[in-house]
Write a protein that binds this ligand. Structure first.
Ligand code: FPP
Length: 249
């Protein structure tokens, strides 16, 4: 029997969409929207810390975002570098563990080194597990896990017949965390956009038209309230979920 739903999600995953439109509506360059988006990141982290959320996973840059105009990619890289320089100490002081998932080797050496350093500095923290998905794609994640199993098969360490969901899942990003309970996407699009395809299998999805830089505590509270009222069935019936373990036929 799956665990009873917690009123506060243990793990929240967010697609922070709408930075570009937020800037365009103000006739400003898209980079201005990303900077405003970075402020909303801090607000979201504060909110989750205040609620006792265990894990927060943010989609900061997808595998596909490398295809955006050079100017925008450059502005985002500058923003990541600044955030890594300025925010990590403070996150560490507040007990946040920071990790990055995605193709780290595609970033500059300087950014990659700062990602490594942030992970090392905060490795012992337990208050909030913050994961930044950067140059990440859900299909990349699944392909990488499959490749890792295939290498074990080729080396004679693994019988293909032994491969099951749990074994593949153990090689995916975030395997050491409970899967996301609540997925939030801002900006009005109703898509997963190649985020955590494997990990979101039974996650509750919540969408809002609010653009990411406009997100405030009230927006996040609406998502959490909605989540608290959901019945999570994990493929079972409502009666099974309602009955205490062992009392159903
Ligand atoms: C999507 O909005 C957002 C991004 C591609 C970047 C997200 C980055 C941040 C919020 C900035 C800082 C992050 C960290 C972790 C420091 P969009 O540009 O696709 O918006 P649009 O759909 O309106 O064009």
């Amino acid at each position: 029997m799956p665990p009873a739903p917690a009123r506060v999600p243990r793990h929240v995953a967010v697609i922070m969409d709408g930075n570009g439109r937020w800037a365009e509506r103000r006739r400003r360059p898209r980079a201005v929207g990303h900077r405003a988006g970075a402020r909303a990141v801090n607000l979201c982290i504060d909110f989750c810390l205040g609620k006792g959320v265990e894990a927060l996973t943010l989609f900061a840059f997808s595998s596909e975002n490398w295809g955006r105009p050079d100017e925008e990619v450059g502005a985002l890289m500058k923003l990541f570098m600044n955030a890594l320089e300025r925010e990590v100490e403070e996150l560490h002081r507040r007990g946040v563990r920071v990790r990055f998932i995605g193709e780290r080797e595609r970033f500059s050496e300087a950014i990659g080194a700062r990602m490594d350093a942030a992970e090392v500095l905060t490795a012992g923290n337990t208050r909030l597990h913050l994961t930044i998905a950067a140059s990440y794609g859900g299909r990349w994640d699944i392909a990488r896990a499959a490749r890792s199993l295939a290498e074990d098969v080729r080396a004679g360490r693994l019988d293909p017949a032994a491969i099951d969901e749990a074994m593949l899942g153990a090689r995916m990003a975030l395997a050491d965390l409970p899967p996301p309970d609540l997925f939030i996407r801002t900006g009005g699009e109703l898509r997963i956009s190649n985020f955590l395809l494997w990990q979101l299998a039974y996650t509750e999805l919540w969408f809002t038209d609010t653009l990411w830089p406009d997100v405030d505590a009230a927006t996040l509270q609406r998502a959490f309230d909605d989540y608290a009222g959901r019945e999570r069935r994990f493929g079972l019936t409502g009666a099974q979920v309602a009955a205490p373990s062992g009392t159903t036929e």
